[in-house]
Design a protein around this ligand. Structure first.
Ligand SMILES: [Zn+2]
Length: 385
C-alpha cells in the first residue's frame, strides 16, 4: 500500500524519555476495525533479538489466524512496514523499543527507550497504551543535585538516562588567598564564599525546576554542603526534596541513576498508597469515590473522574461498541451493539477505561497492591463532584 500523503511518521533515532511520548495524542486515535499494531520489545541484552523474533513470529501467526479474512491483508501491510524496524540494532543506551503502526491508518511511530518493557504485541482498534502508562508512572523525571562546597552538578534523570543540566564551580582558595590573614579571618571569608556559592546553586536549581516538570529532586554529595543547601532552599522548593543522600562528587551516571531510582520508586509507591488510602476513606464514608468497572465507567463517561485509580495488574475481558463506545465487562462481544447496532470487538476493559480517562483529562494512578481496590476488580476513581 502506498503511504498516504498525511502519513504520520515519528522515528526517534535518540533515546526518548517515556514522559515525552505523546500518550494523550495516541489515546485520541481509534478505528472501527483492528488496524493498530502496538509492539513492546526489550532490546538490552544480546539474546533479546532472537527472543524478539520468535515472539513476534508467534504473535503474528496468532493474530493472523484470529482476523477475519478481509482484514488479513491490511495486517500484512502493517507488518511489512515494521518488520525491519522491530529488529534493527539497538542504539547506545537503548533497552527497549515501542512501536505503534497501522498501514491503513497511515501511522508509524518508533520510540527507543532507556528502560526495559515487558514483551507485548497487540492488534486492536486503538494503540495499546497501558504498558506505556505504567512505565510513565514508574519512571517520571526527577532531578539530582550533586554538590560539595565548591562544585555542583545538576542532573535531570529521564527514563534512567541522566542529562547534565548545569555544572557550577567556584575556586574558594584562589579567591581568598590565605597569605597574611589570621586563621579566623580566613575561615570567616571561606564560610562566606561557600554561602554565596550555595546561593548561586539554589538559584540555578530553582530556575531549572521551573522549566522542567519533575517528580522532585534528590540532593546528594559527600560532605555537609548538601545539608547547608537544603536549609537555604525556599519553602516551596524544600517540599520537592525527595531525599538527601551521601554520594561522591564525581559519581558516574550509573551510580546517580541507581541511587536516584530507588528514591524515586519509593516516592511513587508512597504516592500510590496515599491515593489508594484516599479512595478507601471516601468509599467508607460514601464520599466522592466509586469502585468497580461499571461505576467507574459511568463516572468516566459523565466526566466526573478526577483520578482513575488502577491496580497495576488489573485486567478484565469485555467488549466495546466501535460506534457508540458502549463498554461492557465480563461478556463476549455480541454480534452487534444492542444499543446502536454498531460493530463490536473484544477488549481489555481496563485499557479502555484508561484511554477514556486520558480523553476526559483525568489523572491516572497505578497502585501496586491494595485490598479495597482488589475487591473492586482493581478499578476505582476519585470523583470531582
Ligand atoms: Zn453501539
Amino acid at each position: 500500500m502506498e503511504p498516504k500523503e498525511d502519513f504520520r511518521r515519528v522515528e526517534e533515532m535518540n533515546l526518548t524519555p517515556v514522559t515525552e511520548i505523546d500518550i494523550r495524542g495516541l489515546a485520541e486515535i481509534y478505528d472501527q476495525l483492528d488496524v493498530y499494531l502496538s509492539v513492546y520489545l526489550p532490546t538490552a541484552s544480546r539474546d533479546d533479538e532472537a527472543k524478539n523474533r520468535a515472539f513476534v513470529d508467534g504473535r503474528k501467526r496468532a493474530i493472523e489466524a484470529a482476523l477475519p479474512s478481509d482484514q488479513k491483508e491490511c495486517f500484512r501491510e502493517t507488518m511489512a512496514i515494521v518488520d525491519d524496524l522491530l529488529f534493527e540494532k539497538p542504539i547506545p543506551g537503548e533497552r527497549g523499543r515501542i512501536v505503534f503502526a497501522s498501514a491503513p491508518a497511515s501511522l508509524l511511530a518508533i520510540y527507543r527507550i532507556g528502560i526495559e518493557p515487558v514483551r507485548a504485541m497487540v492488534l486492536d482498534t486503538s494503540p495499546f497504551l497501558l504498558p506505556l502508562a505504567k512505565l510513565r508512572d514508574d519512571y517520571s523525571d526527577y532531578g539530582v543535585l550533586l554538590l560539595d562546597s565548591k562544585e555542583a552538578r545538576l542532573f535531570c534523570v529521564r527514563s534512567n538516562v541522566p542529562q547534565e543540566m548545569s555544572h557550577l564551580s567556584t575556586d574558594l582558595m584562589n579567591k581568598h588567598k590565605k597569605g597574611g590573614w589570621s586563621q579566623m579571618r580566613f575561615n570567616r571569608l571561606r564560610k562566606g564564599a561557600i554561602k554565596s556559592f550555595l546561593s548561586e546553586v539554589v538559584e540555578d536549581v530553582q530556575d531549572s525546576c521551573s522549566r522542567h516538570q519533575t517528580r522532585g529532586i534528590v540532593i546528594a554529595g559527600p560532605g555537609d554542603a548538601k545539608h547547608q543547601l537544603v536549609e537555604m532552599l525556599p519553602a516551596e522548593m524544600g517540599k520537592r526534596v525527595l531525599a538527601v543522600v551521601d554520594l561522591p562528587i564525581d559519581a558516574p551516571g550509573k551510580d546517580i541513576v541507581e541511587v536516584g531510582d530507588e528514591i524515586a520508586i519509593a516516592d511513587e509507591r508512597a504516592r500510590s498508597e496515599e491515593r489508594a488510602e484516599e479512595l478507601r476513606a471516601e468509599i467508607l464514608k460514601g464520599g466522592l469515590a466509586v469502585r468497580g468497572v461499571e461505576e467507574t465507567r459511568d463516572a468516566l463517561n459523565s466526566g466526573r473522574v478526577g483520578v482513575l485509580v488502577l491496580l497495576k495488574d488489573a485486567s478484565m475481558p469485555g467488549w466495546i461498541c466501535e460506534r457508540c463506545q458502549a463498554l461492557e465487562a465480563r461478556r463476549r462481544p455480541p454480534p452487534a451493539c444492542p444499543s446502536c447496532g454498531g460493530p463490536t470487538s473484544a477488549v481489555d476493559v481496563v485499557e479502555e477505561l484508561y484511554e477514556l480517562a486520558l480523553r476526559t483529562g483525568a489523572e491516572v494512578e497505578f497502585v501496586e497492591e491494595d485490598s479495597c481496590l482488589a475487591s473492586g476488580e482493581g478499578v476505582g476513581a476519585l470523583l470531582r463532584y
